[in-house]
Design a protein around this ligand. Structure first.
Ligand SMILES: *Cc1c(COP(=O)(O)O)cnc(C)c1O
Length: 451
């Protein structure tokens, strides 16, 4: 208890937490994690919790996994870090080979960084400079989707479109064109699913017809738009969108930072529809949730446009101090080996069906408006009225309240507004999922029923 009090005091005194209203936060007793094991985290007071949000969408196998720990220790005994600016190190070479091997066919080159946001920055700069290098610099605009989230650096925010997070910086951003991400729960267009899907695609084609000469690239979160509330696109949309990009010579950037590495039941979300983007960004699950490594993958077409003599200055002038970090790359390799050893992609497909079945119960709850799921990415949208889909008011803090109750019951989640996010590690056992989902049900019931 004394240790807890001391840490809580110092936390309040020194740490500024991300995406956190500190005025609220410092008035509550903080959760301070001391260690983890498999799918559970333990706090310094000895309480245990299921990691129901994979430590913000990262964790794959669980915590304190022997093979991953050992990979780091083994590399640590060689070298912790050496730069890959103009030289190389062993793990980053082997990981690049592996990433090219498991990613959609046609992605041939790997550019490393250290977070999803930096992977997106790199994608943007790469796409932009690509057109300059091939003397088509009039293609300079970026197209993104309303409610998109691509990270928090200024470039990534420029292609982001969540007003709550992004509006304060609007004067700092480069302009981007915003289209509408297909949404079947709150569709912008009327008709059958096919007609709605087509209407969303027509929106894209209309823009391309008019402006594709000026458009460098389109960036999208494939299959699932995550931070906007786990919005799952209709079947066929991704492939058709990609084909429009090909038709109008617009580079297609798939931001797989959230969806990559099995999260949606395929290694990459693009695999659902056989799409090879021009540029793919990934991060989060790449190291199994262990260390900050991210990557931007691209095709030979893009890569070769940066080749030239030293004097031509077509070089991609971008890098970070820790680009290609050997410890991170070593644990990423071990993570991907465990995917294979444990047949984790097939396993994920199996438990996603299991989760789907269990979640059917939730439709009985008065305020569960929609349950969206792709693989092991679930969003449960709470509404004040099911029939009108009227949202809860921001000031009701409904998501915050449900997550707080779930925490008391032993499950960590973090809501997106009125959407409860359930994103357990891919390796969660069925018995663990049972416990997690029971807590989730109880928390939603207790907070929202008869309200
Ligand atoms: C989380 C996320 C990012 C940002 O990744 P960070 O590692 O937090 O910078 C970018 N794109 C998508 C789709 C994400 O979900």
């Amino acid at each position: 208890m004394d240790l807890y009090k001391e840490l809580a005091r110092k936390n309040k005194k020194y740490v500024w937490h991300p995406f956190t209203q500190m005025q609220d936060y410092i008035n509550e007793d903080p959760l301070i994690i001391s260690h983890g094991k498999d799918r559970k985290l333990y706090d310094v007071l000895g309480n245990e919790y299921f990691d129901g949000v994979s430590s913000i969408w990262l964790n794959v196998h669980g915590h304190n996994i022997q093979e991953l720990n050992e990979a780091i220790i083994e590399q640590l005994n060689q070298v912790a870090h050496s730069t890959i600016l103009g030289m190389a190190n062993i793990p980053s070479i082997l990981l690049a080979e592996k990433l090219v091997d498991i990613s959609p066919n046609g992605l041939e080159k790997v550019f490393y960084s250290d977070s999803g946001a930096t992977a997106v920055e790199i994608a943007i700069k790469m796409a932009y400079q690509y057109w300059r290098n091939i003397r088509k610099s009039e293609k300079s605009l970026f197209v993104t989707m309303k409610e998109a989230y691509h990270g928090d650096t200024i470039g990534a925010v420029s292609v982001g479109a969540i007003d709550l997070y992004h509006q304060a910086y609007s004067d700092l951003l480069f302009p981007s064109i915003k289209l509408t991400y297909p949404n079947l729960y709150r569709p912008k267009y009327a008709g059958t699913i096919e007609e709605i899907t087509q209407a969303y695609l027509d929106e894209v084609e209309e823009l391309f017809k008019e402006k594709s000469d000026e458009i460098a690239a389109l960036i999208i979160e494939p299959i699932v738009q995550g931070a906007s509330g786990i919005i799952v696109m209709p079947d066929g949309y991704l492939k058709a969108l990609y084909e429009l990009c090909v038709k109008y010579d617009v580079l297609f950037i798939a931001d797989e930072v959230a969806t990559g590495f099995g999260r949606t039941g395929k290694m990459f979300a693009c695999d659902h529809e056989g799409v090879t983007p021009d540029i793919l960004t990934c991060g989060k699950g790449l190291t199994g949730g262990y260390l900050p490594v991210a990557a931007t993958l691209t095709t030979n077409r893009i890569y070769e446009a940066f080749l030239g003599t030293y004097e031509e200055q077509k070089t991609f002038f971008h890098g970070h101090s820790y680009t290609g970090n050997p410890l991170g790359c070593a644990v990423a390799l071990a993570n991907l080996e465990l995917f294979e050893k444990n047949n984790l992609i097939q396993y994920t497909q199996r438990i996603s069906v299991y989760i789907k079945e269990k979640l059917k119960e939730f439709h009985k709850l008065q305020h569960v408006g929609d349950i969206r799921q792709s693989g092991v990415m679930v969003g449960i949208e709470l509404v004040s009225s099911k029939s009108t889909k009227e949202p809860f008011h921001w000031n009701d803090r409904i998501g915050v309240k449900v997550s707080k109750r779930a925490k008391e019951l032993g499950l960590l989640t973090r809501p997106l507004g009125n959407v409860i996010v359930f994103m357990p590690p891919l390796a969660s056992k069925e018995s663990e999922l049972d416990e997690m989902i029971n807590i989730l049900y109880k928390a939603i019931f207790e907070v929202t029923e008869d309200k």
